[in-house]
Design a protein around this ligand. Structure first.
Ligand SMILES: [Zn+2]
Length: 268
């Protein structure tokens, strides 16, 4: 039996081979910022919108959808000469948009050295998120990395005098400097950096198949690159390093470089 929740199945156009259909299971949210977990027979090849995606030896795969994804998502599976395809609409979200008018426009222009520095750092982050490790740590779900009031959500955006700012992709959890931060899921640490220009103390954990957590504005990082962590391990302390207005954890989840909404995947 396929486990597809909601109307997606009813709305989906179908072009499938009956036999393969029974062996493909999908669960997750077909929405902007959402993550969908899939399993197909071992040895299957899977494409999302015509692009091949990573499939584990066991046939597990994962896909994710960005903040402004329009959809539909067309999933295509081939296995031993049979093929299966479905088109899933991606539900569109309303983000928190804040209009700020009548303020003097302060355009922050970092000096050229800092521009160069932030570009170099962005490249390190990009590379860490491209890791193609065949782990399946994300399958067990995500726990809250820290406790505290939520002060920023995925997708929100400020518009200054009609000029849209960069959307916010993290989930902000506020707390005093030094608040412990725990691994939301198991994985391998792929990047640690004590002080990036924008994000300050920065930590990336690879949860397998392109799914990663990024933790920023940290005051202290307690793990090393290459280290394996388990869910709930103490990994860092909250801070306000980099360009942060106050102490908080900004937690991001990615599928490679597609930004997902941590609140859609965190369970307990
Ligand atoms: Zn933030």
């Amino acid at each position: 039996m396929k486990k597809i929740i909601g109307l997606a199945l009813l709305l989906a156009s179908q072009l499938s081979t009956a036999a393969l259909n029974d062996d493909i299971h999908l669960r997750g949210q077909w929405t902007q910022g959402g993550m969908v977990l899939g399993v197909a027979p071992a040895g299957s090849q899977v494409e999302l919108n015509g692009e091949p995606i990573m499939v584990s030896e066991s046939g597990n795969f994962v896909v994710g959808f960005g903040r402004d994804e329009k959809g539909p998502a067309i999933l295509h599976v081939t296995h031993q000469g049979e093929s299966w395809q479905q088109s899933f609409p991606i539900s569109q979200r309303d983000y928190k948009i804040q209009d700020i008018h009548g303020i003097s426009q302060k355009i922050m222009k970092p000096n050229p050295a800092n521009v160069q520095r932030s570009k170099t750092e962005a490249a390190l982050v990009y590379t860490a998120r491209q890791t193609k490790r065949e782990g399946l740590d994300f399958l067990l779900g995500f726990k809250w990395p820290a406790k505290g009031p939520i002060t920023g959500v995925y997708g929100s955006q400020r518009i200054y005098n009609d000029v849209p700012g960069r959307p916010h992709f993290g989930l902000d959890i506020a707390g005093p400097v030094g608040t412990p931060i725990y691994a939301p899921a198991a994985g391998v640490v792929t990047l640690t950096h004590d002080d990036m220009f924008y994000s300050g103390g920065t930590l990336i954990i690879d949860h397998g198949m392109g799914i990663s957590s990024t933790m920023i504005h940290l005051s202290k990082i307690l793990v090393k690159e290459g280290q394996q962590v388990k869910t709930g391990d103490l990994i860092a302390e909250m801070g306000k390093s980099g360009r942060a207005t106050g102490p908080h954890l900004d937690w991001r989840i990615n599928w490679f470089n597609v930004r997902l909404d941590p609140q859609l995947v965190v369970s307990e």
